[in-house]
Design a protein. Structure first.
Length: 133
């Protein structure tokens, strides 16, 4: 009848049972860059508040083309040598799911680097990830 009783979840009313209750959550970063430029790096996450695993990188432009690289900061230092995906982007959406270096540690950054551009207009991206809570 629309009423949720806390006791239904725990060993007694208002309490949760002990044990491992980890859950995997799927989420995403979604964004757009009106005019993406070659030689530019765009920070998507400045500090990952929890560890996460990148599962997909989806990109598209309204017109023009670009080559972009999704990178994550290394766990042991602050460089971005860990390439997750590199893709040529056009007005046809590209769904990248065969990725490398997908684990992002707590506190690390995520960036998109544009390495080539031919008049790209309205670059859009989705970076899907999972995390455990």
């Amino acid at each position: 009848s629309g009423v949720l009783e806390a006791g239904a979840f725990g060993s007694s009313a208002g309490q949760f049972a002990e044990g491992n209750h980890a859950h995997t959550i799927t989420d995403s970063y979604v964004g757009a860059i009106e005019t993406i430029a070659s030689g530019k790096t765009y920070t998507i996450e400045t500090y990952a508040p929890q560890a996460r695993t990148i599962t997909a990188f989806r990109v598209k432009t309204d017109s023009g083309t670009a080559t972009v690289t999704l990178k994550r900061e290394n766990s042991g230092d602050s460089n971005f040598s860990n390439v997750v995906s590199s893709v040529s982007v056009s007005s046809t959406r590209s769904d990248q799911t065969s990725l490398s270096n997908t684990s992002v540690a707590l506190g690390k950054r995520i960036q998109i680097e544009c390495t080539a551009a031919s008049t790209p207009v309205h670059f859009t991206f989705v970076i899907e990830y999972t995390r455990t809570v």
